[in-house]
Design a binder for this molecule. Sequence first.
Ligand code: SAM
Length: 287
Amino acid sequence: MSNPESVARGHLYVVATPIGNLADLSPRAAAVLAGVDLILAEDTRNSWVLMQHAGITTPMAALHDHNERGLAESLIQRLEAGEALALISDAGTPLISDPGFVLVRQVRDAGLPVMTVPGPCALIAALSIAGLPTDRFTFVGFLPAKTSARRSALAPLGALTETWVCYESSHRIADTLADMEAVLGADRDVLLARELTKRFEQSVRLPLGALRAWLAEDPMHEKGEFVLCVAGAAAASDADRQLTEGRRLMARLVQELPASRAARIAAELSGAPRKQLYVESLAEPDA
Ligand code: SAM
């Protein structure tokens, strides 16, 4: 399997690994993992299964939230000495709700090269099948575990107009959906994706009220790993936004200018209809 030509000396490779289906390990990821001097894995026992599957015998060392800071300096020395290293997490893309930030930051700060070997990522996989707008989105990782903190976190998220995405575990999926319904309302569309790329992969997009009923329908629906993609709050139309801006400008300009002139300038700057701004300002009671 070893393919040392796939790796360059002194480079740190951040390698995405499968989120369930081992066949999703890319040929390049396998070649890099086989070619580096050391693989830094979140949990070496867990990653051993993948290495066995791919026939990779590269030595592994554990790198997780608790030892990352302490190890970074010695890993930088190894890179400086010309060793190639790979960073992987238990599943998916390192650093995405997973360890690695401290190491990548410090390796970069030391002026050493960091290379990506991209691949699976649960949030991107879920978004790509959600049927929700993806031109802009927000990823919030895991919501807080306790209900009161979770509801507080949900309040500002509820106002976002773009799609937003969170991760959730089987222990909390029912409570999280209940809190989402309480804060966002029963009509908000949510895509629930579970066990992506695995044997019992399922994804459903429903309004929150119906989604909670779906979850309660079958005990299997609560099992496994989850991504939730939440539809953004209905955005105001362009025309609404222009009118709001036009009214704001008008309110200020009529203090300095005759109404007809103020309306012309406010309409030009905001795109709102001049006549409407003018007529509305005449209807305003005198201050
Ligand atoms: N770094 C990973 C990635 O790139 O997606 C995420 C790691 S995070 C610790 C683990 C969470 O990702 C799970 O609790 C679940 O919310 C989500 N996840 C991972 N694999 C998944 C899968 N196959 N199906 C659905 N969600 C998954």
